[in-house]
Design a protein around this ligand. Structure first.
Ligand code: TXA
Ligand code: MG
Length: 347
């Protein structure tokens, strides 16, 4: 039985007590809902993998709050045992990035500290750390009084949840509680950025914090991962097929839709009716249609992405035919990345 808790003082106190006791609570963040557990409790961390049916080779992000790290982020992360002492250029880059983007949708991959177990990092020498901006997530971290691991609160390989109801659709009965903080304001997962010893960076996952934002902060953009399909994935767990609804997804021009699709749902970038008519002109019957943002606003589209895919999934069509979002940095890159993963062949 999973309790649905309101994010008021009582709900946060109750959720914090559950977490302290080693239980699992889904929490709202500005990106997506995360499935939280104490980072230092081996049984709780294992329970996160079990609830999500997540393979052990996919490492978790450790979440912290401003009050848990204190005044200097680098010292705070080292004192908590999350991160090893950093090289000077690395520490400087982390301070600059944290000053610009924390709390917020940026995850930093740093040398792993002594209190982080192999289970959290999948045995890697680095750990991913993020300070969420969501008020309820910060209140919950403070109530739990410990850093919390929190992967997206979905079963493995499926769409990230952006509402408490979507968490229940994924994990009802498998976790102790969901803290309902309303819909997530960003809607796609955080940017993941490795900070190297020389202070240079490498982007492992696109998100709301763009390459331009990072260049503006550090003076140089991050190295981008190799193009999809080439080379092994740069970040473990960044499997090609991910973020998928049950219905197959096709992203591309209406003229290129695969043969044999009779009943489809359509997802436009801006104009739902226009895209549905383009697709229908190729033959299939359109059972349901939607658009990501009528104004073509990437922030609106990101907020809508996962919930709209969930809704279209319910049409039980042969396929969801998606008009590709325009190319671009930051959220546009993140939207194209998540849609490409939803459309990738499933293993
Ligand atoms: O916005 C977010 O990041 C959300 C919210 C809940 O904070 N969390 C999230 O977690 O998206 P998850 O587990 O679904 O995705 C975390 C990804 C992993 O799949 C992996 O690609 C990367 O972060 N990651 C985690 N630890 C890493 C490490 N040590 N080295 C490289 N990449 C890592
Ligand atoms: Mg995830």
């Amino acid at each position: 039985m999973t309790d649905l808790l309101r994010a008021d003082d009582n709900g946060i106190r109750r959720a914090g007590a559950l977490l302290q006791a080693g239980r699992l609570v889904a929490m709202p963040t500005e990106t997506v809902y995360g499935l939280a557990a104490r980072f230092d409790d081996a049984a709780a961390v294992q329970a996160v993998f079990d609830a999500k049916q997540r393979p052990a080779h996919d490492p978790l992000i450790v979440h912290i709050s401003p009050s848990l790290v204190g005044r200097d982020v680098v010292e705070g992360l080292v004192d908590l045992g999350l991160v090893d002492p950093l090289a000077p250029a690395q520490a400087q880059a982390v301070r600059s990035l944290a000053a610009a983007f924390w709390p917020g949708p940026l995850t930093l991959v740093l040398p792993r500290g002594p209190r982080v177990s192999d289970a959290v990092t999948s045995g890697l020498a680095e750990v991913a750390v993020r300070m969420p901006a969501h008020r309820d997530a910060q209140a919950l971290l403070d109530a739990a009084r410990h850093p919390l691991v929190a992967p997206s609160a979905n079963r493995f390989g499926r769409l990230s949840p952006t509402t408490a109801q979507a968490v229940l659709d994924e994990l009802d009965g498998r976790i102790d509680a969901v803290l309902d903080g309303g819909p997530c304001p960003v809607g796609v997962e955080s940017t993941v950025l490795r900070v190297r010893a020389d202070g240079s960076t490498e982007r492992l996952r696109p998100g709301a914090v763009s390459d331009r934002d990072i260049a503006g902060c550090l003076g140089a953009p991050p190295e981008a991962p190799p193009p999809r399909g080439d080379a092994p994935s740069p970040s473990p767990g960044q499997l090609p097929s991910h973020y998928a609804p049950a219905t197959p997804v096709f992203v591309g021009e209406a003229g290129a839709i695969p043969e044999g699709l009779h009943r489809v749902a359509t997802l436009a970038w801006q104009d739902a009716d226009w895209w549905a008519s383009q697709v229908a002109a190729e033959g299939p019957r359109v059972l349901a249609s939607a658009a990501l943002s009528e104004q073509g606003d990437p922030a609106v589209a990101a907020r809508a992405l996962f919930s709209t895919l969930r809704t279209l999934d319910e049409a039980h069509a042969d396929c969801i035919v998606v008009e590709p979002p325009p190319e671009g940095d930051g959220l546009l890159d993140a939207l194209r990345d998540r849609l490409a993963r939803a459309a990738a062949p499933r293993g």
